[in-house]
Design a protein. Structure first.
Length: 218
């Protein structure tokens, strides 16, 4: 029996488009052959200020940083409007964050959960709670609490964040960019890159064709 095709799926907890892509990715992963795949999820921490400028909103909704251009604000406002529209169709909640978060600690938490073989309990909770504004993904204590809630032993996690986990997080980012990754959600199928939640159908077509042809999977 041939192996299920393998897809590398890059995500970032602070990307609403990555959140919206999760259900389709899970459905593809759960499908029987020849449609089903093995998905390897990997974090890719976006540097949003480098292309959309920095911003932080006060309680009145006023930007207290003031470095974004009018063009950047139009892009951001449209993106959140578009994501909320799609989220409503799927029964999900997306509440735009008041600042640009550094998601690296939450991503290192994902790597810790992966070592414990408990990705989905942690992964799904963090995505859902962040987009409900119910989780500070920059707070190590909050991430430890999510690990505990997912029945993952967090002993040693603080040292992992400061050392091995941070190094692994950084290495994965460098390796992703060497393969052409620049945003999320992204998918690699046999080293061919697909970017954007709407490209999951092209991913499905590619792996289905490969499976039917009996092509080897990486």
């Amino acid at each position: 029996m041939s192996r299920r095709p393998r897809v590398v799926h890059y995500f970032d907890y602070k990307s609403p488009y990555a959140y919206l892509a999760e259900r389709a990715a899970a459905e593809l992963e759960a499908a029987p052959a020849p449609l089903g795949v093995t998905i390897e999820r990997l974090p890719y921490t976006l540097d949003i200020p480098s292309y959309l400028g920095d911003a932080r909103l006060d309680e009145s909704g006023r930007d207290v940083v003031g470095t974004r251009s009018a063009h950047q604000w139009r892009r951001v406002r449209y993106a959140y409007m578009d994501c909320r529209r799609e989220a409503a169709r799927r029964g999900l909640v997306i509440r735009g964050p008041r600042k640009i978060y550094d998601s690296s600690i939450a991503h290192i938490g994902f790597l810790w959960a992966a070592r414990a073989g408990r990705i989905r309990p942690y992964h799904d909770r963090v995505f859902e709670k962040f987009w409900k504004r119910a989780l500070d993904i920059e707070d190590p204590a909050a991430i430890r609490a999510e690990l505990a809630a997912a029945a993952i032993d967090d002993a040693g996690f603080a040292a992992f964040v400061a050392g091995e986990g941070r190094a692994l997080h950084n290495r994965l980012r460098v390796e992703a960019e060497a393969k052409g990754v620049f945003g999320v959600p992204s998918y690699l199928v046999d080293d061919e890159l697909y970017w954007g939640s709407e490209r999951i159908e092209r991913v499905r077509e590619r792996v289905t064709a490969s499976a039917r042809a009996g092509a080897p999977s990486t």
